[in-house]
Design a protein around this ligand. Structure first.
Ligand code: SF4
Length: 394
């Protein structure tokens, strides 16, 4: 039986942050109840279109999933438990904004079955949080972490952003130190990217934001790597660090090229040979999932708006791009061959020659045989490696 990760997209936010290009909408909370019901219908429809589906992870992402009440999480999780084979040890995560969590709410989330919490901290500094248009301050982060620990969350991630306009190395180090004082189990650190169509990109084009020096961003990354290694956090992905046993199992499904099903407006899913995504707008999503909506062939739901068949050659490229993000385990040559029926060396002979010649990758022995992975100096230029493995068959 195939095992899946389930991704549930909750596209509601109190306010739209200036740098954000996620599929999310402000001031639509009046639709939240109807949205939860539609999500449950979508979960049931997809489950009914297949043999029993085993579920390893459930991830509530957004948007701001923590705008939902614990009873709404519980309703969705009960629907999953009734319609899927949810493993007893499944990882059940939610993203949350620090300002949206109360001690009672956090206890409610634990009681509903959530066992991992990912807090969007982004910065500890008031001016940076204002620049990002985040509505919380760092004292809300401290309160949320304390309340989460008291509620029994022993798997806690903090997200931080570095490379902000005007941010110095010292300021970034302060942010990191503040976050580390909270002793998270996992850290995701992302360099700010200016996404097209966002106010940030617009301001940057008009010269209203100081340009960010890429060398400084690289120094910030290196500083974080050193600090986190000295405190016993293992880097396992280009932007992710974890204490022993606290890797994000849901994200590992993406990086290992395993199947996942997406639910909700704008959610993406993948099963071998097919990638798909749902309609973006909340109202269109609700309309497509009204009672009596026609079921479709697994894994599509009535909300699916795009689908792309993947040729085996596309899949091998995707597998490399995602797997090489895993800085420790990389891509297993054995798994590659089992999955695609050809050796990694046969499929990517020339790209491998090029990335080895540039000293960007290495072979490392694991119990199941050799794994190909980036060398540490390549983490900062990983796109130069990925690009070698894509469009090799067109
Ligand atoms: S809270 Fe997160 S998802 Fe919502 S607008 Fe801000 S960055 Fe985007």
């Amino acid at each position: 039986m195939n095992t899946y990760g389930l991704y549930l997209h909750i596209p509601f936010c109190q306010h739209r942050c200036a740098y954000c290009d996620f599929n999310t909408y402000a001031r639509q909370e009046s639709l939240l109840n109807a949205y939860v019901e539609a999500l449950c219908r979508e979960l049931k429809t997809v489950a009914a279109s297949s043999a029993p589906l085993q579920v390893e992870t459930v991830f509530f992402g957004g948007g701001t999933p923590s705008l939902m009440q614990p009873a709404q999480y519980a309703r969705i999780l009960e629907t999953i438990a009734r319609n899927y084979r949810l493993k007893p040890e499944a990882e059940i995560s939610t993203e949350a904004n620090p300002g949206t969590l109360s001690p009672t709410g956090l206890r409610g989330l634990r009681a509903a079955g959530l066992n991992r919490l990912s807090l969007g901290v982004q910065s500890a500094h008031p001016a940076e949080l204002r620049l990002l248009e985040r509505s919380h301050d760092f004292s809300a982060v401290i309160r949320s972490v304390e309340a989460a620990r008291s509620a029994g969350f022993d798997n806690l991630n903090l997200d931080l952003i570095y490379g902000l306009p005007g941010q110095s190395l010292a300021r970034w180090e302060e942010n990191l130190s503040w976050a580390l004082r909270l002793s998270p189990d996992h850290l995701s650190l992302y360099a700010l990217t200016l996404e097209q169509g966002t106010p940030f990109a617009h301001w940057a084009r008009r010269g209203l934001l100081p340009p960010v020096d890429p060398d400084l961003v690289a120094e910030m990354y290196t500083l974080a790597q050193e600090r986190l290694a000295s405190l016993g956090y293992a880097q396992y992905e280009i932007s992710n660090w974890a204490r022993e046993g606290k890797h994000c199992r849901h994200n590992l499904i993406y990086w290992r090229g395993q199947p996942y099903l997406g639910f909700g407006a704008g959610a993406h899913g993948y099963v071998p040979g097919l990638r798909y995504s749902n309609v973006l707008s909340i109202r269109s999503y609700l309309a497509r999932l009204q009672d009596g909506a026609r079921p479709r062939t697994f894994p599509l739901s009535p909300a699916a708006a795009q689908r792309q068949r993947l040729a085996p050659a596309d899949e091998t490229e995707e597998f490399m791009m995602m797997g090489l993000r895993l800085t420790h385990e990389g891509v297993s040559a054995t798994r590659f061959q089992q999955r695609f029926g050809q050796t990694l060396e046969d499929r990517f002979h020339k790209p491998l020659q090029r990335v080895f010649a540039r000293g960007l990758v290495e072979w490392v022995n694991f119990p199941d045989g050799p794994h190909l992975r980036l060398v540490p100096v390549a983490y900062l230029v990983s796109n130069q490696v990925f690009v070698e493995f894509i469009q090799t068959h067109r």
